[in-house]
Ligand binder design. Structure first.
Ligand code: KIV
Ligand code: ZN
Length: 518
């Protein structure tokens, strides 16, 4: 059996469905570029029939990505499939990924269809997709709760209609590794045309078993794993790409399986996602968390000093974490900054490098050591934001608090509302609350704060604070980010960033729309 495992990344589709992970078109393009560099085999760019915004971003990604396949998701029905093809047809390597539910509960209550009708829909949909696109994947939604023998009929029908990838998702995160492995084995053994397709796995993490289930399925003969960076996705999330790849790599003695992933791009890819969606990577996250390579106990430290392998099953360098990550400082020149940014995967033009360089100098006046994460935060604040014409810009914020007194915290804020400078002072229960109250009055917003988190980008008391703010205004939601040495300033920046993003969404502005349709 072939030992190559294909990595199908669905960060931009299933991952983007997780609350607060919405990305704009420019962010999706940036992430797609990084996924290509990471070496994934297929990028699932979105669900084109679900909205005009999704259609536009899938189309833009399909036109930008050169080496790997670009897939668009479609329900197994004519209008979805033709719309998806419209979005991906210009890709160098397009793939239509069509799906239909096959479990009794989904067929009865959601689809209101008999099994035979479902088979007929699969045959018709896959044939249509295959008449348009050279690569078609069919997913039997809720496969892990479907009848095994019906699934055999489903896979046989889809393969005979032209599908070359059959995905058996654990849609609701119900599977247990041993059972899931048996299902895959059963399918490969009993589907008479299984040699004409690759079997694929797609797991959700409701019981915390998505990585285990994925590995069990690969061990049982599946050769495509559907995964997302950091495991983001619906509900408890999808399967974390970095965990599956490193498990296969560290335990190749057991699996004897290979992927095309450039391991050294794992950490930069996850970090980029975290910056884009404004969600910090949890410190104890496997493979990429801040503590994943930190050895605290004396016995462990002693062992590490004698031989790293006593307590380390992989090195930080193998996943792209530089051990001495202090690269840039007060005396570094423009070229050093450009070179380091390129090493980190940011290919910026002269004006953009200059903007990061000047911001770095200002930061270096206040902070002795500039880490890679600091530089990345500057790229996001100075470069990526420059491309979206924001309405509000923070000019200044000052707060005052007094410990142990009944006096509320006060904040004074100056901001630019387009060309106009506006200023106001006000109160709050704490300094951040005061700053947010004043900003919301200045911006005239009724948006509600749904989530707020602060994270130190690097270690040390001089670390930059990275704040993420999630706002809701009726049906619209947006996550804003801000970073600064001062957490009040970082919070104010994040709040204003979220307000700007809401403003874009409400006006349905997609600033990077390259090929407007209808
Ligand atoms: O979880 C699932 O079943 C899916 C399918 C659409 C592949 O995401
Ligand atoms: Zn899914």
């Amino acid at each position: 059996m072939d030992n190559r495992v294909y990595i199908f990344d669905t960060t931009l589709r299933d991952g983007e469905q997780s609350p607060g992970a919405t990305m704009n078109l420019h962010e999706k393009l940036r992430l797609a570029e990084q996924l290509e560099k990471l070496g994934v085999d297929c990028i699932e760019a979105g669900f084109p029939a679900s909205s005009q915004g999704d259609f536009d971003s899938v189309k833009a990604i399909a036109e930008k990505v050169k080496t790997c396949q670009v897939a668009g998701l479609a329900r197994c029905m004519e209008q979805d499939i033709t719309r998806t093809w419209e979005a991906i047809k210009n890709a160098n390597h397009p793939r239509i990924h069509t799906f239909l539910a096959t479990s009794p509960i989904h067929m009865q209550y959601k689809l209101r269809k008999e099994p035979q009708e479902v088979l007929a829909m699969i045959e018709k949909g896959v044939k249509l997709a295959r008449s348009l696109c050279p690569v078609v994947e069919f997913s039997a939604e809720d496969a892990s709760r479907s009848d095994k023998d019906f699934l055999v009929q489903v896979a046989t029908t889809a393969i005979n209609a032209g599908a070359t990838v059959i995905n058996l998702p654990d849609t609701v995160g119900y599977a247990i590794p041993s059972d899931y492995a048996k299902l895959i084995e059963y399918m490969i053994k009993n589907c008479p045309v299984s040699d004409k397709a690759i079997f694929s796995v797609h797991c959700h993490d409701d019981l915390g078993l998505s990585v285990s289930n994925t590995l069990a399925a690969l061990g049982a003969g599946a050769r495509q794993a559907e995964v997302t960076l950091c495991g983001i996705g619906e509900r408890a999330g999808n399967t974390a790409l970095e965990e599956v790849v490193m498990a296969l790599n560290v335990r190749r003695d057991l699996f004897h399986l290979e992927t095309n992933i450039v391991k050294e791009q794992l950490f930069p890819s996850c970090r980029l996602l975290s910056m884009i969606i404004g969600k910090p990577i949890p410190a104890n996250k496997a493979v990429i968390g801040g503590n994943a390579f930190a050895h605290e106990s004396g016995i462990h430290q002693d062992g590490m000093l004698k031989n790293r392998e006593t307590y380390e099953i992989m090195t930080p360098q193998s996943i792209g974490r530089t051990s001495s990550d202090i690269v840039i400082g007060k005396h570094s020149g423009r070229n050093a900054v450009r070179t380091r940014l390129e090493e980190l995967g940011y290919h910026l033009n002269d004006d953009q490098v200059n903007a990061v360089f000047l911001a770095m100098k200002t930061l270096a006046d206040k902070k002795a050591r500039i880490h890679d994460e600091d530089l990345e935060a500057l790229v996001f604040s100075e470069v990526y934001r420059m491309r979206i014409p924001d309405r509000f810009h923070l000019s200044n914020v000052a707060v005052q608090t007094s410990m142990g007194s009944s006096m509320p915290a006060t904040a004074a804020v100056v901001l630019q509302d387009r060309e106009k400078e506006v200023r106001l002072a006000g109160f709050g229960t704490g300094p951040i609350d005061a700053a947010f109250n004043v900003i919301s009055q200045l911006c005239g917003t009724k948006a509600e704060l749904e989530k707020f988190s602060i994270n130190a980008i690097t270690g040390g008391t001089d670390a930059q604070g990275e704040v993420s703010v999630h706002l809701r205004d009726g049906e619209y939601t947006a996550t804003g980010r801000g970073s600064d040495l001062d957490i009040i300033v970082a919070s104010a920046k994040a709040y204003i960033d979220a307000l700007n993003r809401l403003e874009h969404k409400e006006k349905d502005v997609i600033s990077y729309k390259q090929n407007p349709t209808e």
